[in-house]
Design a protein around this ligand. Structure first.
Ligand code: SF4
Length: 775
């Protein structure tokens, strides 16, 4: 956690609290005006005040909870200000300078949730410190991070010194395989020796971290280490919910995670990301939504984050954790004299046999070669892939196999029911053991260290059991009355020479998830982004985010202060080849692109719709006629984003042309003002991948309801992406830039025109055979 300015200060009590909506609205707007008048170098912007006024008005009538358990009293009024703020409005200042004073005046707290680390850093390092020094009432703020960003002191102490036996406590993975043949045993011996050496090496690092914690030179936050540790080094000592007894842990008082949480409890403003916010709902890690003001910035991500949060997945290839499970349960149960009510070993065996059977059925369905997979024996999940495997396709991409309508083959249902039954019974044993361990630690504090260690033993296995049970639960669910079915699919591939096979399932409508899990509890919120309006309306966003029928929503579009028609041009290039003719179009588009790149004098950005397309462009740069361009191009993935952007800025500063090649993540997050980006080249309309199983399942469902998924889902989602991509061009009121889109469907097709409607009013031109005309 990072805290700045009066970090440990208790929330201040204002002399007088504003009692009515009008007083609150006036207070919030006065605070905004104060900031505009007093912040050094600040300049009034009309759109920003419009946004501040909308927020102040929408939230003024809201009454928040008091943090107590819900009573029978009627629900207080709610207010959700949805604001699309065009680039340059200054939205973070607009919401922070209104919402924070409103919250402080009522002794409430504020949670600001973002989608990207970049915005979190901007808020914590720049925006909030500046605001805290400008507002008459100072406030404390902090960044909330997930538990896994902190070291677990208990694990660190046990693993310091490199004892591989202790390491086993925290690994449920199939890091070794059981075997009986000579070659296998020899390989296993080598593997064991190298694992021991690895743990010894790691132990040295863990010991150093433990010393750093003891001396106070490190606070246990992964991000504060000099060198970011590799995942394999960090994972065994990361704090984790399933292995943590919290107050019953002997290291609780010195625990980095709980210390960070204690500081968070003092902060009046908490910055968080959407993932963490959604994943901790109901866990009391953050203030309850009904008791605080919430701000969702970069809110256009809410639907996809919710979808990810509620996807259940189960690994079908790795089953050795189930061999370890009976011994772990026996040890823990024996240590606290608990007798499980089921035969744990038999249940684990049955669960494993169901998993193996499901993997076999899945492989048969996908069409892989079962010859190199020993699904019933020792090598399950460890088999090397031979060429020609059914899913080892040329591109090396995983194969996705979706169950249409969420309907599984009948002969699978018995296996899945078996899996569900055994995973559920074993989870009950785990829950009973966990409860008993906590009770023992509570009643006998001297025994807490032993109990915490035993708890960890179960904790590494529990997430696997939960995944199996959740996925089986989803897979058994049938479509309800008028309700959409769940999306269910298999994903197979090869990773580090090993076969991977995973079963997935998730609900189809992120909006319903958010409505049920989040919005039902929220009373006061600001929901904002530069791209909530697509194709000229909020409809798509409101549906995706679960706010479509929420009476508390007041939506407003605040225009960018930029003069798009003067500052920018959008040039749509007419190609001979139809974009649907992928090869022909790509060839022609790349040839036009290469010619255009020769015209770049300073910074430019090329956004590709697929990695394959970007690779083809790279390929051209490596060859003859376009080889001269290679030195001016920086490709996403060649180096870290920070390094690429630094090199780009250096080249432009030296007066050299510099072109960034990137994919979707560059289309959204980059801020390249002035000369850093005078051209944005869009290689094709950014439709989502047609192989996305959830998108396909949603499309099928809409079609079955007589609706048009292309018009309802695909066009608005692509329009939103296009708005983000074109938004890279103008970043300040003095920028001038050209956006070139090679996909003429933008002008030719009615859906393209719909997307255009959602873009700022650039000067629009058509280019045919090099000749420009106004469009
Ligand atoms: S309280 Fe939990 S996270 Fe902290 S040291 Fe103990 S087990 Fe680890």
């Amino acid at each position: 956690m990072s805290t700045a300015l009066a970090p440990d200060a208790a929330p201040e009590t204002p002399d007088a609290q504003p009692s009515g909506p009008l007083a609150r609205e006036a207070l919030a707007l006065a605070a905004f005006d104060h900031v505009v008048a007093h912040a050094p170098g600040y300049r009034a912007r009309s759109g920003q005040r419009e946004m501040a006024a909308h927020i102040a008005n929408t939230l003024s009538g809201v009454a928040l909870g008091d943090g107590s358990v819900a009573s029978d009293a009627p629900l207080p009024a709610r207010g959700i200000a949805v604001v699309q703020a065009g680039t340059g409005v200054g939205k973070s200042a607009a919401y922070a300078s209104t919402v924070i004073p409103l919250a402080l005046a009522q002794q409430k707290r504020v949670i600001i949730s973002t989608a990207t680390v970049a915005l979190q850093e901007q808020l914590i390092a720049k925006d909030l410190p500046a605001l805290a020094t400008t507002l008459p009432q100072p406030f404390s703020f902090a960044l909330a991070k997930g538990r896994g960003r902190y070291v677990c002191r208990l694990k660190l102490d046990q693993l310091s010194g490199g004892d591989a036996a202790s390491a086993d406590l925290f690994e449920s993975d199939d890091s070794t395989s059981t075997t009986t043949d000579a070659a296998g045993m020899a390989a296993q011996a080598v593997a064991s020796a190298s694992a021991a050496a690895r743990w010894q090496e790691r132990g040295v690092q863990y010991t150093a971290w433990a010393h750093a914690l003891d001396s106070g030179s490190w606070d246990g936050d992964r991000d504060r280490l000099d060198e970011p540790p590799e995942g394999g080094l960090w994972a065994p000592v990361a704090a984790e919910r399933h292995t943590c007894t919290a107050r019953h842990c002997p290291s609780y008082n010195s625990c980095s995670y709980y210390q960070a949480r204690a500081k968070l409890a003092q902060a009046q403003v908490i910055v968080v990301n959407h993932d963490l916010l959604l994943s901790t709902l109901g866990l009391h890690a953050l203030p309850a939504p009904q008791d605080c003001y919430l701000v969702f910035d970069e809110a256009h991500h809410l639907g996809s984050v919710a979808q990810g949060q509620f996807t259940a997945s189960m690994d079908l290839m790795r089953g050795q954790w189930l061999d370890k499970l009976p011994r772990a349960v026996e040890e823990v149960a024996g240590a606290i004299e608990y007798k499980p009510t089921i035969d744990v070993a038999a249940s684990a065996r049955e669960l494993k046999s169901a998993q193996v059977e499901l993997a076999r059925l899945a492989m048969q369905r996908i069409g892989a070669l079962p010859a190199w997979l020993d699904l019933t024996g020792r090598a399950a999940g460890r088999a090397p892939v031979r060429g020609g495997g059914g899913f080892n396709n040329d591109a090396g991409a995983p194969v996705v196999d979706r169950f249409e309508g969420g309907v599984l083959p009948v002969d699978w249902l018995e296996v899945i029911a078996k899996m569900h039954a055994h995973a559920s019974s074993l989870l009950k044993v785990f829950e009973a053991l966990a409860a008993q361990l906590k009770a023992t630690a509570r009643e006998n504090p001297g025994d807490a260290a032993r109990c915490a260690k035993l708890y960890s033993r179960l904790g590494v296995l529990a997430p696997r059991l939960q995944s199996a049970q959740e996925t089986a639960t989803y897979w058994m669910q049938q479509a309800g009355d008028g309700q959409p079915p769940l999306a269910k699919w298999l994903e197979a591939g090869v990773s580090h020479g090993l076969v991977t096979l995973t079963a997935h399932a998730c609900p189809l409508q992120p909006g319903s998830l958010l409505r049920n899990q989040l919005w039902n509890q929220v009373r006061a919120a600001v929901v904002t982004s530069a791209s909530l309006v697509t194709c000229g309306s909020f409809d798509h966003f409101l549906h995706e985010s679960g706010l479509a029928w929420d009476g508390a929503v007041a939506a407003r579009e605040v225009q960018s202060p930029f003069d798009h028609a003067k500052q920018g041009r959008l040039v749509v290039v007419q190609t001979q080849a139809d974009p649907k003719d992928v090869d022909g179009y790509t060839r022609e588009m790349l040839s036009l692109l290469m010619a255009d790149l020769r015209e770049v004098e300073r910074g430019a950005l090329v956004l590709f719709t697929s990695r394959a397309q970007m690779r083809q462009a790279q390929g051209l740069l490596e060859r003859g006629e376009h080889g001269a361009l290679r030195d001016r191009v920086l490709v996403q993935g060649e180096a870290s984003r920070t390094v690429l952007l630094r090199r780009h800025a250096e080249r432009v500063a030296e007066g050299k042309p510099s072109v960034l090649f990137g994919l979707q993540s560059f289309g959204e997050g980059l801020d390249l003002p002035g000369e850093l980006c005078e051209w944005v080249f869009i290689t094709k309309l950014p439709f989502a991948s047609p192989s996305d199983p959830v998108g396909q399942a949603r499309a099928d469902w809409l079609k079955s309801q007589g609706r048009d998924p292309f018009s309802e889902l695909v066009v608005p989602a692509t329009g939103a992406r296009l708005l983000q991509w074109t938004g890279r061009a103008l970043r300040t009121e003095t920028d001038e830039a050209v956006v070139v889109c090679y996909d003429a469907r933008l002008l030719r097709q009615s859906y393209g025109r719909r997307m255009l409607k959602g873009l700022p009013p650039y000067r629009l031109q058509r280019r045919v055979d090099g000749a420009l005309t106004e469009a």
